[in-house]
Write a new protein. Structure first.
Length: 260
């Protein structure tokens, strides 16, 4: 099982778009994939057609230990792709657990017994580095960082990588930034190329070779209730996320090889 947090404290960088579409592409390759919505905005849950204002069970109840994690899971329109939904209630856990001992370990405790049967667990994180994100980082082994290549955001990236380092030292020794994903790439602008070259120079092989181009089909996709591979299978967005999934799996094979 590979556990991956899709994180960036900046909003609008394609965290949710990447979690949904990478997850769907992996599932369509036959992997058993679990998506966990950890953003109180519930964008990923809405994407799959859930009425997030009327969820009877969600990740909020899992944090509060009112239900088992398995009880919140729902099937999606994609085979092999399961979702743990969230809504605005989740924002409450930041306050409820603010002074609680062991508050960074809640998600790990709740998820561990339930996730072995998946090949991939992908966590869509909120746009902050608060308690929920730290809980995600304490549970996973890998962090993927989507970057919007239309803006220079290396300062934010440094802050994020420092946070990952702190969590690694204090709470989760196996944590690694395993991949940086160049998203919303606009080849018509010099800026996108410049940002890509800069991050490649700085972070080298951590940067995926697959680039996700700016594509209106991807922006339309959430309203369709489907991932891009079902909504617009021939679009550049579908091609880019399939390539990314391919590369993610290749890295898994490299990891296995190196352990032999
Ligand atoms: N490659 C892309 N091309 C066009 N629009 C995109 C692309 N990736 C994301 N978007 C759009 O950008 C906005 C922010 O993406 P989202 O995945 O919600 O970001 P985050 O989860 O980081 O806040 C959304 O409206 C989404 O549809
Ligand atoms: Mg989001």
């Amino acid at each position: 099982m590979r556990s991956i947090a899709i994180t960036n404290q900046k909003g609008g960088v394609a965290k949710t778009t990447t979690t949904v579409n990478l997850g769907a592409c992996l599932a369509q390759k036959g992997k058993r994939v679990l998506l966990v919505d950890l953003d109180p905005q519930g964008n990923m849950s809405s994407w799959f057609g859930l009425d997030i204002h009327n969820l009877t069970r969600s990740m909020y109840n899992v944090f509060l230990e009112e239900v088992y994690f398995e009880e919140v899971l729902v099937k999606t329109c994609v085979e092999n792709l399961t979702l743990a939904p969230s809504n605005v209630a989740l924002a409450g856990v930041e306050r409820i657990f603010a002074h609680e001992k062991g508050r960074d370990l809640i998600l790990r405790k709740r998820l561990h017994p339930a996730v072995d049967k998946y090949d991939y667990v992908l966590l869509d994180c909120p746009p902050s580095l608060g308690l929920i994100t730290v809980n995600a980082l304490t549970f996973v082994k890998e962090v993927f960082i989507p970057l919007e290549t239309k803006v220079l955001a290396l300062n934010g990236l440094v802050t994020l990588i420092n946070t990952v380092q702190v969590v690694k030292e204090r709470l989760n020794h196996s944590l690694e930034v395993a991949g940086i994903i160049a998203c919303r790439f606009d080849s018509r602008t010099n800026l996108s190329n410049e940002v890509y070259n800069q991050i490649k120079e700085r972070f080298k092989e951590k940067v995926f070779n697959s680039i996700v181009r700016e594509n209106t089909r991807l922006a339309e996709c959430p309203i369709s209730g489907k991932p891009i591979t079902l909504y617009a299978p021939d679009s550049p967005g579908a091609v880019d996320y399939k390539n990314l999934a391919e590369e993610v799996v290749e890295r898994e094979n490299l990891l296995k090889e190196s352990r032999k």
